[in-house]
Design a protein around this ligand. Structure first.
Ligand SMILES: C[S@@+](CC[C@H](N)C(=O)[O-])C[C@H]1O[C@@H](n2cnc3c(N)ncnc32)[C@H](O)[C@@H]1O
Length: 252
């Protein structure tokens, strides 16, 4: 369903742009404590493989300072992976609009040897509370489709990256393989909300998740949006038959 200038999607519903963030925040407040368990269950552990594939593209320096920002960082999965992939001078800033998700991230990382290399900041992807041209790489994993004004988030990614810095986005995409797409739809719309209800007590949160995937722009269109924000050499890598895609762009 097309939306007008001040409207957007919240799953299947059309909502006002200024209404969406509150609805998204409610979803993640409800599921924060069980978010990690649910990720493993509904993806059969595959989210770990996808996140490893994203971080493998970053290759932080093992000897020189490397500043990374992970936006919509949630419970810290990407931040932890980047810091482990880098050297002692790698610093990762994880930003999320939801303090509840960040608290889980802080608890998970507090006693880890790399905890001093991590900083958690409550903030919105559309208006990052971060300086210009500061970071060597920016990631956003399963986050951008939740952001009401995706164009603003992309502009902010461009602003906070230094020249030569890389933007990387991991997001659910489109399954275009005949039969597999039908199985995927059946699993998504029937099993995932039911599983979400049992595990987190909230089937509606996971219905939103499934519906929001279908409303996200197709991979080529999203690559164009990244280019329109100023990034060069944009490309897309689809994984697991198109269930997810990694989009990349460079600030040159
Ligand atoms: C599906 S979780 C992904 C978490 C983590 N990146 C991962 O891959 O496990 C989506 C996250 O996006 C965050 N989020 C939603 N809207 C946001 C916004 N406008 N700015 C920053 N974070 C946002 C939510 O609070 C939530 O933690």
């Amino acid at each position: 369903m097309p939306t007008t200038g001040d409207q957007t999607h919240f799953g299947r519903r059309t909502v006002r742009l200024d209404e969406k963030q509150g609805l998204v925040n409610d979803v993640f407040h409800k599921v924060a404590g069980r978010y990690d368990v649910m990720n493993d269950l509904m993806s059969f552990g595959l989210h770990r493989v996808w996140k490893d594939a994203l971080v493998a593209k970053i290759r932080p320096s093992l000897s020189r300072p490397f500043a990374h920002v992970d936006v919509a960082g949630g419970t810290g999965d990407i931040a932890m992976r980047v810091v482990k992939a880098g050297g002692p001078l790698t610093q990762v800033t994880a930003v999320d609009v939801n303090g509840e998700m960040l608290r889980v991230a802080e608890e998970r990382t507090a006693r880890r040897p790399f905890s001093k290399q991590l900083t958690f900041i409550e903030g919105n992807a559309e208006t990052l509370p971060l300086p210009d041209s500061r970071f060597d790489a920016y990631t956003i994993a399963f986050g951008i489709r939740n952001v009401p004004r995706i164009e603003d988030a992309l502009k902010e990614a461009y602003r906070v990256l230094r020249r030569g810095g890389r933007f990387l986005c991991l997001e659910f995409s489109r399954v275009d393989v005949p039969v597999v797409d039908q199985l995927y739809d059946a699993y998504s719309f029937a099993a995932i909300p039911a599983m979400g209800k049992v595990v987190t007590g909230d089937g509606g949160a996971y219905r939103y998740l499934v519906e929001s995937i279908r409303k996200f722009p197709p991979p080529d269109r999203f690559a164009d949006m990244i280019g329109e924000a100023g990034f060069a050499r944009t490309d897309v890598t689809q994984l697991t038959g198109g269930i997810v895609a990694i989009h990349s762009g460079w600030k040159l």
